[in-house]
Structures are given as C-alpha cells and as structure tokens.
Design a binder for this molecule. Structure first.
Ligand SMILES: Nc1ncnc2c1ncn2[C@@H]1O[C@H](COP(=O)(O)OP(=O)(O)OP(=O)(O)O)[C@@H](O)[C@H]1O
Ligand SMILES: NCC(=O)N[C@@H]1O[C@H](COP(=O)([O-])[O-])[C@@H](O)[C@H]1O
Ligand SMILES: [Mg+2]
Length: 390
C-alpha cells in the first residue's frame, strides 16, 4: 500500500472521524484507536485498535507495532507519560507531548497561562479536600465553579451559589473526575457577555513557524457541554486582537504543529483566557460548512507540514447538537429529510450506543446571517428523531 503518511489516532469520536476524512484526502493511512469497537473514526479509517488510551502498556505497544509518522491525540484522557517517552525516542507526537501533558490537567495549563505567560484568567485556586474547597470559595466569592482538574465536556463540573452547596459540588467532582488525582479547580464565576473558541493553527511557514487564526466561533453551553456554535462571532477589533495575542503566546509556548481550540470569555472589551485543546474543538464542527478548509483539514495540513492560508475566512454559519436522552444499544434515526428541508446539513456520528446527553450528531447550516444560521441549525437538530430499540 502506498500512502503519504501513517497516522495513529488516539481517540475515535466525531472529531476524529472528520479528521480521518481530511487526512485520507491528503493520502494518509490512519489507524484509529479507542476504548470501544466501531467508534465513529474507526468506521472511516484504514485500521483500528481497541484499547483504553489510559493503558500505558497497550499505548506503547500500539505505537511500537504501527511505527506511525504522527501520533495524533483525539481525546484528553491519554497516558501522556508514554507520549513523552516516545517523543524522546523520536516519535512525532501532535502537536507535542508537552502540549498533551499540560492540557490534560487544568491546573498544569492554568499555571503556564496565568503564571508563566501572564494571561488574564478568572480568579482561581486548587483544592484536594473539602477544607481547601471552602478556602478557595472564600477567595473567589459566590457564585463559583468547581471542576475536577482532569475532565472534559463539563463532567464533574458545578456552579456553586452558597457555602452549603460546596460539599455536594466536591463530591460530584470527585465522583466524575478522570484519573486518580483527587484535585479540583475552584474558579470565580465569570459573568461574561459571550464566550468564544479561537481556532489557532501553528504551522510551518516560508520562514520558520507561522500562526494563523480562524474567525472567532461563538457558542452556548449547558451543563458545561456545548449546545450550539456560530461563526463568525461578532467581536470588537480590540477584543479579537487581545484574544489572538494570548492564543499566539500559548500555542508558541506549547510548540509543535497543529490546530488548537483556544477558549475565551469576553466581557465588554475584556478578554479572559479559559482553557484550550491542542486539537480540533467540538464547537469548531461548524467549520465543516463555514470555511473552505475546516478545522480538521487545517489540523491535517499543519501536522503534515503543508501550507496554511494566512487569512481564513468564514461565511455566516451555525451548528446545533443532536443529543440522545436514553441508554440504548439499538438506535435508529428518522426525520432527516424534514431536518434538511430548510437547507441544513446533518452529520450522524454512528456511535454504537447512546446514553442521556451523549452527542450523536450535529446539524450544520449556512445563511445570510449567523442568527438565521442558528435558527435553521437548531430547528434541524430538533427534527432528527432517535428511536431506542430493545
Ligand atoms: N469560570 C467560569 N465562569 C463562567 N462560566 C464558566 C467558567 N468555567 C466554565 N464555564 C462554563 O462551562 C463551560 C465548560 O467549561 P470548561 O471549558 O472549563 O470545561 P470542559 O469540561 O473542559 O469542557 P470542554 O472539554 O468541552 O471544553 C464553559 O465553556 C463555560 O460556558
Ligand atoms: N469536548 C471534547 C469532545 O467533544 N470530544 C469529542 O467527543 C468524543 C467522545 O464522545 P463520547 O463521550 O460520546 O464517546 C471524543 O472522541 C471527541 O471526538
Ligand atoms: Mg472547554
């Protein structure tokens, strides 16, 4: 078989699936890995491996067996020490082992962003027991947000309004955290006007390394998980410049090539750094229709050392998620024709099982304005019906 590059993809969800399609268009051979079989990206990849990304032995074995040109993390929960060890042996970890290690832990990336790079963040502290949670809340005041240092998509996250809710929030965080480090971040609640993801690409340029930006993506979250996103988000030039400046600092510090999803809260002209993913971002699924190079295309190009446009444009577009509301292993979908009648596009991820709030698909729409695109995407998502069989 001939191919341009061999990629080992660690995590095979919906973001990985689109990435595989982009990489395959560039002639890559992709081995998709995840903890369960038939994961979305496996269905479109050349080969698959089923093991937990947190299992160091199996992760090392997969890298040694396949000898990939690039190891591309797709989920946060990965035995990142193994990635560091492999990078030291010359394996190309995307974007860098350091980026995957720091961003997997909220405290690690927050220390770099706030202390080393001096980025503006919310007031915060860390806690490893209830007493420290109480001390943290004294510092932030109420409301505050409590999150496990290791989690994503809002898992274990709660907003606390008074002293007597702290114990419940601590217990909830510990019960829903990933990994074995009982540690949370207590963050001041930012009463933002809106929040954005700034997709930032670090890539090879004519001279040295370049950094390119996509137009900002606005989004709305519930339970700490994204519900809808739109692009371009309306922002003042000063606010965009401030966000770009912070994103450039953080991606240059993390190093390597690839696309990063840098999250910010915006209040007036004040831009507050929240966190980032060293990989395509869920709110960035909208770029599949808004940009001529999607976030997945940009990630694949940057990794493979290919050229990235300096200016990436977006037409007014939106995405809205399609969520399950039950546990099931037998799923059927209907209503696609009605959902698409007003021009929306529907992506069904093909996850083999559902659970309440699991993201199963997304509706995408372009229109004359982002408001109109949001309306079309939301209506379309609401028309897709999931049936749960025996
Ligand atoms: N300090 C805060 N003030 C106000 N809202 C917040 C704060 N922290 C988090 N949120 C809300 O919760 C959402 C999820 O938080 P965050 O991005 O930190 O979690 P996550 O679990 O890493 O999510 P993901 O992995 O999907 O990016 C944010 O997008 C925002 O809407
Ligand atoms: N915010 C991170 C994110 O959106 N990650 C995406 O969700 C998948 C896991 O979904 P699942 O929990 O339904 O298996 C991941 O594999 C990735 O594609
Ligand atoms: Mg986030």
């Amino acid at each position: 078989m001939t191919f341009t590059a061999k990629i080992l993809l660690l995590g095979s969800g919906e973001l990985g699936r689109e990435f595989v399609i982009s990489a395959k268009r560039l002639g890559a051979y992709v081995v998709a890995c995840d903890a369960y079989d038939n994961a979305p990206a496996m269905q479109v990849a050349d080969a698959r491996e089923v093991f937990s990304m947190l299992d160091g032995e199996k992760l090392r074995a997969a890298i040694e067996t396949h000898q990939p040109d690039y190891v591309v993390p797709e989920v946060e929960a990965i035995r990142t020490e193994v990635l560091a060890e492999m990078e030291a042996k010359g394996v190309n970890i995307v974007p860098s082992a350091r980026a995957t290690q720091l961003t997997m832990n909220r405290d690690a990336i927050r220390d770099v962003a706030a202390d080393e790079l001096g980025l503006r963040t919310s007031v915060y502290s860390y806690a490893k027991n209830l007493e420290e949670v109480r001390a943290g809340a004294m510092k932030t005041g109420f409301p505050c947000i409590i999150k496990p240092v290791m989690s994503s998509s809002g898992k274990g996250q709660s907003t606390v309004r008074s002293d007597d809710e702290l114990e419940g929030a601590w217990d909830y965080a510990v019960a829903n955290m990933r990994g074995d480090r009982q540690r949370v971040i207590v963050e001041q609640f930012v009463d933002f006007d809106y929040e954005i993801t700034l997709l930032t690409v670090r890539h090879k340029a004519k001279e040295g390394d370049g950094v390119s930006f996509c137009p900002p993506i606005g989004h709305r979250q519930e339970r700490g998980d994204y519900q809808e996103s739109w692009q371009p988000a309306l922002m003042s030039d000063d606010a965009i410049a401030a966000a770009q400046d912070m994103a450039r600092k953080v991606v240059n510090d993390l190093g390597g090539y690839g696309l990063f999803g840098v999250e910010f809260f915006v209040k007036g002209d004040e831009v507050i750094f929240s966190e980032l993913s060293p990989r395509p971002h869920d709110t960035g699924m909208v770029t599949s229709v808004s940009q001529n190079l999607s976030e997945f295309d940009l990630h694949a190009r940057a990794i493979m050392g290919l050229s990235i446009p300096e200016m990436i444009r977006a037409r007014p577009s939106a995405s809205a998620v399609i969520l399950a509301d039950q546990d099931s292993e037998k799923l059927t979908y209907s209503g696609l024709a009605a959902a698409m009648a007003e021009g929306a596009d529907i992506r069904i991820f093909g996850k083999p099982t559902s659970r309440p709030y699991r993201r199963m698909g997304v509706a995408l729409a372009c229109a004359g304005s982002t408001d109109e695109a949001r309306r079309i995407a939301k209506d379309a998502a609401g028309k897709v019906r999931i049936s749960y069989g025996e």
